[in-house]
Structures are given as C-alpha cells and as structure tokens.
Design a protein around this ligand. Structure first.
Ligand code: GDP
Length: 439
C-alpha cells in the first residue's frame, strides 16, 4: 500500500509533520518535485528540525529517503543538511545508506540563484513573483530548455565542461548586458562542481529502479509532495506559482512510476488558510479582520520556515479545497492546526465565490476572475477557550470542533483521516491509516 501526500492549499500546511508520522509506516520515502524552497518543520521529542531538501522521513531510523528525478537539487544545501543530521546523530552508519539522489535530477547552480535574485530585485513593483530566491525557477527553466545540468553530469568531467560552457553562454549575455552584473567564469565553476561530484558519488543512484524494486516487493512507499496544490505550475494561481507540478500527478513523472503505484492520496490542509508572497487569496482577512489575522499568525507561528516571511492569513476556503480534492484525486484529508482557532467566537468557512452577481462553487481559471471573487461564508460557532492540548480521542474534542470537521467532510465528500492539534508527533488523532486502506 503506497501513499502520496500533497499540500492541498498554498503550502505550509504542515506536510513535514505528516510525512514524519507516515514515514514510520513506509520503507521508502520519496520526494518527487520542487527543491529547497520547501521548508518542513518537525518537532520530535521537543527538538525542532527544519529540512528543505532531504525528506522529512529521515528522522526514522532505517528508512531510505530518495530525492527523485523531478526534484531540482542544490548540492550545497544537501550537504549542509547531511552534516546537520550527522551531527544530530540521525545516521546510524554512512549517510548515503539513508539518503540517495536520482542521477537524473537537475542541479541548481550558483547562476540559477543569482538570476532568481536579480529578477526579483529588478522587477517592477507589480512584477515580483515573491520567489524564495533559491534558484528553483531558473533551474527548471534550463531543464525545460534542454540546457540543464543533471546530477549524473557531475561525474563526467568532459561532458560537464561541454554542458556548462553551453549553459553559461546565454546566461553571460543576460548578466552582462541586461542585469549589468558580473559574468560567470567557466573554470572555477567546473572545478567546484567536479569536486562536489566526487563527494556526491556514493549518494547518486537510479532511484527509479530502487522504487520499482520496492513496488515489486510490495514494500510500503510514501511519496512526499512539496509546496501546495494552488502553487502548481499548471493548475495553480499562475503566474504566482512554483515551477513544478505539486499535484499528485507530479509523483508519477517526478519519481518514475505509473499511476497504479499510488493507492491513497492524502491532502494536507490547515483549519484556516495562509499564503506566502504575491497573488490572489479570496478568503484573506488581513484588511477585513486584522485582529483575527494577527492572532492566528501569532498563535499558529505563521512565518516562513525558509524565508521567515510573515504568511498572509484567511479563513478556510472550501471552494479551493474541493478543487484540490479533484486535481489530486484525494482520498483523505489531514486536518491540521485546528488548535490555533481556540478562543475565536465564530469560524467562517467559504463555501462559494460571488462573481459578477452569481454564486459559484468552482475555482476560476483566470487570475483576474479569482482576484474579483468575493468569498461567501457559512458561519460556525467556535469552541471558546477549550484547550485541545492533551486530547487523545475524538470524543474528547469539543462538539463545535467535531461539527466543523463534519462540515468539511460533508462538503468535500472525503474523510478526515488525521487530525493534528499541535506541532508535536504525539499531538495527533489518527482516525484511519491510509497504509492499511484499499484503493
Ligand atoms: P510544511 O511546509 O507543509 O511542512 O509546513 P511548515 O512546516 O512550514 O508549517 C507547519 C508549521 O506548523 C510547523 O511549524 C509545524 O511544527 C506546525 N504544526 C504542524 N501541525 C500543527 C498543529 O496541528 N498545530 C500547531 N499549532 N502547529 C502545527
């Protein structure tokens, strides 16, 4: 039984915690898209670990974590995380026995980061995407333009020289004439990345083959998505999106498996909504209910794990969530951070959008329509000062919170399989186990 987990909103839903929990059930944990623009925060035994690239399942002894071909791979960040985990005593033996990278993954080079930074810095006021300036977008651009550098190239000095010189030719014109920035020198870059290749060698594998063998042996696999559905390059709020397919379909191409490899798809959502960076956000309450927004941000620690940026806050948007159910083929929901809504008098839930005088339950394709869409809310009672900390069974939760859960399930027509009521591993009510469910 294999499970994919995806962010069902704009990212930061708490995927790290769920991957960590489900990682205990899987033999293999596979990241299939994105890069180190993800930031997963894990709290285990009171100790906080933030991972950007290595799958969050790494904290479970003995589990093999794979970075699939669909990921864009920054080797420097990778080794920083390996060293940090090594220091924390996470690896029983050599790190390369626990974490491996696809030979086909594309490498983030310093010029990708530089290009990302210059574009965001020099963009006109309305033109910024709000990227994390980690070079993710420019690396995916080179992949699609067929001038990317793959992990396997770092082991081939002659091929790497040829590919790098071709790759930087056009970049240097951009740096020199468009951005008025220093150009890239081939030789030091080549030497640096050949050296990185030497250290990386034992970590490089045909990860697709490892996954296929695990599938054939019926060993449980967890496919770990990054970012969120509404940031998907095809289906998100384009152009305010990330550069990869964050939806569950991305797991197929980004890990090298067929659709039958994934039997359950769990969408992670918060009990409210947040968004980082620019772009439309119909249920945002920063202007309409600023005190509640600030409260949720403070209690929910809604600041980016990668950038420290404050996240924009709003009510739960069921129109967007239903869209995520359909796009990903979600079979269950992990409902996170409801504890953050404690002490609110009432909870609003958006059930349709008002657009040009009509109510619509559909998420519009056009950004302009989404910008004009006004949320139509149902108002549910809050659960006052009831503190859910320490609750172990659903029946001990306040009735109002259970009613809120049921409302969400009824609207989405899929079950909540996990209820998270705090950042710690133990602050979780597991309602059903996707690894033991039939597809
Ligand atoms: P991810 O990128 O989807 O993994 O999300 P982040 O890790 O950036 O954000 C989730 C944050 O919420 C982390 O700081 C978690 O420790 C925390 N968190 C996860 N689940 C809960 C929860 O149920 N309640 C509270 N209060 N915090 C949670």
């Amino acid at each position: 039984m294999n499970v994919a987990i995806v962010g069902a909103q704009w990212g930061d839903e708490g995927k790290g915690k769920v991957v960590d929990l489900y990682g205990a059930k899987a033999d293999l944990i596979v990241r299939y898209q994105g890069g180190n623009n993800a930031g997963h925060t894990l709290v285990v035994n009171g100790k906080k670990t933030v991972l950007h690239l290595i799958p969050s399942g790494i904290l479970h002894p003995g589990k093999l974590c794979l970075i699939g071909n669909g990921v864009v791979f920054d080797p420097k960040v990778f080794f920083e995380e390996v060293d940090e985990l090594q220091e924390a005593g996470v690896f029983e033996k050599d790190a390369y026995l626990r974490v491996q990278v696809s030979a086909r993954a594309h490498v983030i080079l310093p010029y990708h980061r530089e290009l990302d930074r210059l574009r965001e810095e020099q963009a006109s006021p309305g033109g910024k995407i709000g990227t994390t300036v980690r070079g993710i977008g420019p690396c995916y651009e080179d992949k699609i333009a067929r001038r990317g550098i793959q992990v396997c190239d770092l082991l081939q000095p002659e091929a790497l020289r040829k590919k790098l010189s071709r790759a930087i030719e056009e970049k240097n014109t951009l740096f020199q004439y468009h951005f008025k920035a220093p150009v890239i020198e081939l030789e030091p870059l080549l030497a640096e990345f050949l050296k990185i290749g030497e250290r990386l060698k034992p970590f490089i594998h045909d990860t697709r083959m490892i996954i296929t063998s695990a599938l054939q042996a019926n060993r449980p696999i967890l496919f770990e998505g990054a970012q969120g559905t509404l940031l998907d390059i095809d289906h998100g709020t384009y152009p305010y999106v990330t550069s990869s397919n964050t939806v569950s379909g991305g797991a197929m191409a980004g890990a090298g498996v067929g659709p039958q490899a994934v039997s359950q798809v769990i969408g992670i959502t918060k009990a409210y909504t947040t968004r980082v960076g620019t772009g439309p956000f119909p249920t945002e309450i920063e202007v309409t209910e600023p005190e509640i927004a600030q409260r949720i941000r403070k209690v929910g620690a809604e600041f980016g794990a990668t950038t420290g940026r404050p996240r924009r806050v709003g009510w739960l948007d069921l129109v967007a969530l239903k869209y995520a159910v359909e796009l990903n083929g979600l079979t269950g929901i992990a409902f996170m951070k409801s504890d953050v809504l404690q002490d609110l008098e009432c909870i609003r839930v958006c059930t349709s959008y008002q657009l040009d005088g009509n109510l619509s339950p559909h998420f519009p394709s056009s950004l302009e329509d989404l910008e004009r869409a006004k949320p139509h809310y149902e108002v549910l009672p809050g659960w006052g000062s009831f503190n859910t900390q320490g609750v172990k069974v659903l029946s001990d939760l306040p009735k109002e919170l259970c009613d809120y859960m049921r409302f969400v399930e009824d609207y989405l027509r899929i079950p909540i399989v996990l209820m998270s009521i705090g950042p710690g591993r133990e602050e979780t009510l597991v309602l059903s186990d996707p690894f033991s469910l039939d597809s």
